[in-house]
Design a protein around this ligand. Structure first.
Ligand code: MG
Length: 280
């Protein structure tokens, strides 16, 4: 694969992300895919989807897990509803995540990813140990599929994430770095965080955002790429210094406005193409 192929976050029938057809119309050569609904995750559909990707000349680089009942309405709701952290849904979701990994394997995809949820910051908290154990279990399942698991960033600081990766102690755990999430959740300056976790960064999102006036309490705002506080040129230069050559996957989550979403992604493709020419 060429260095820094542009990508876009897509979905079929569940989760956020644009349709595959939009990726094709915009001439984007790679996608990450939000896992489709359980009923859709059949071997027949996997075959059809693979044929579609081949016809469009698009490479699938990661499958993201997501679960019914998750809500990103505000930060406290994320704490209560997202990922494998909430105890009431944990065992069902781990099972479902394993099924998603198996579906990704049918798509010949060796990367699965997710938001784990808000891991407690205090690693002596019993909940922390439970999340370590559940992540190890999931990683062992992925390993048997020859897959790596990438954690989406944002809900932990860089230090918290490094501690967690070390405590989990598996060689197939990596990071999907999302610079905007660091800003939206108020968990740290994204470029500094990227430098700290750089050794584990195997996929990334190109997303932008602005800081909240109460970081960590209320959301910052997600904005079109290049208009927020990330600093895209500095972001790509830092990725270059770290030796990252993987896809630049654009994520823009305004599904309620599909036309604007497509226009902004198109603009993001142009911005990244220019920066690639300048830096890459
Ligand atoms: Mg993201």
């Amino acid at each position: 694969m060429e260095k820094w192929p542009i990508g876009v976050f897509t979905s079929i029938d569940a989760g956020l992300g644009v349709k595959i057809e939009v990726a094709h119309e915009l001439g984007v050569p790679t996608i990450q895919l939000h896992a489709p609904e359980k009923e859709t995750r059949t071997p027949e559909n996997a075959e059809k989807f693979l044929a579609q990707l081949q016809e469009l000349g698009i490479t699938l680089t990661a499958v993201f897990g997501g679960f019914e009942g998750e809500s990103y309405a505000d930060i406290p709701t994320v704490v209560d509803t997202v990922g494998l952290v909430p105890p009431a849904t944990r065992s069902d979701r781990v099972q479902e995540m394993k099924e998603i990994a198996d579906f990704a394997r049918l798509l010949n995809c060796d990367v699965v990813a997710l938001h784990l949820g808000f891991i407690p910051h205090d690693n002596s908290d019993p909940l922390y140990q439970e999340i370590v154990a559940v992540t190890q279990d999931l990683l062992d399942h992925c390993k048997a599929n020859n897959q790596a698991l990438h954690l989406e960033t944002g809900q932990e600081t860089a230090e918290g994430l490094l501690q967690f990766i070390s405590d989990v102690g598996r060689d197939n755990l990596f990071v999907n770095f999302d610079p905007a999430n660091m800003i939206l959740y108020g968990t740290g300056e994204p470029i500094e965080a990227l430098q700290k976790v750089g050794a584990f960064v195997k996929s990334i999102h190109c997303k932008d955002g602005t800081w909240s006036d109460q970081p960590g309490e209320t959301w910052g705002a997600e904005v079109p790429l290049g208009e927020g506080d990330v600093g895209m040129e500095n972001y790509l230069r830092t990725l270059d210094e770290l030796g990252y050559t993987g896809p630049l996957t654009i994520e823009r989550e305004i599904p309620q406005e599909p036309e604007r979403q497509k226009a902004e992604i198109s603009h993001a493709v142009n911005l990244l193409t220019d920066l690639k020419a300048k830096i890459g």
